[in-house]
Design a protein around this ligand. Sequence first.
Ligand code: COA
Length: 188
Amino acid sequence: MTAESKPDEPLPITIRDMDINDLAPVYHLGEMLFTSDLYPFIYRTWDQWEVIGLYNTDPEYCLVAEADEKLAGFVLGTIINKATWTYGYILWLGVNPEFQRRGVADSLVDRLVERMIDDGARFMMADTDPENVPAVKFFTRKGFNNVRRHVFLSMNLSKHEYYGKLIAYEREKAERAVWKRPRRPTKS
Ligand SMILES: CC(C)(COP(=O)(O)OP(=O)(O)OC[C@H]1O[C@@H](n2cnc3c(N)ncnc32)[C@H](O)[C@@H]1OP(=O)(O)O)[C@@H](O)C(=O)NCCC(=O)NCCS
């Protein structure tokens, strides 16, 4: 199935809590979705520790969707408690391309928001790359508004005039340390 096709019959989706066996499949699905060519910033911040960390700190806001006995998608979120407001924050959302445009993200977000409301959230936040049209359309269709463009900046430290010298210095220091390593005494 492609992201463009849209069969008539509804897709039977099961939403459940993420468990320990989902960690690797969720990470790999994210690797497939958050690619460096499309969304470099999302790509750089997605790694296995992101999944493991949120599973440790916010297990109640880590959900997966199953369809046809396969991992159809996931959502990972957190709650931020401020003095007067409790915010629900959708950190990661991904749907297997095989099941896109069939309401999987819709069901995942609904279940997450229900849970967050239960825990006091009265405001939801989500963010993504401005070029990520499917996600921006998805969130606006879902009722998210007040879109603000966030500026992401990056720098290759090796190419920087000053920081590049620090990196070269550290590299030379490491190489010198290898040369200076004392030899093991030979047994007589
Ligand atoms: C964004 C994403 C999660 C949507 O998941 P989904 O299960 O396909 O979404 P749903 O079927 O629940 O909702 C579909 C709605 O979202 C929007 N949408 C989803 N994909 C779209 C696309 N390729 N082009 C335009 N709009 C799209 C539309 O409003 C659509 O409604 P419609 O089908 O009536 O036009 C999915 O495309 C995805 O995983 N993208 C890659 C990962 C990502 O960008 N995650 C978000 C940032 S962390």
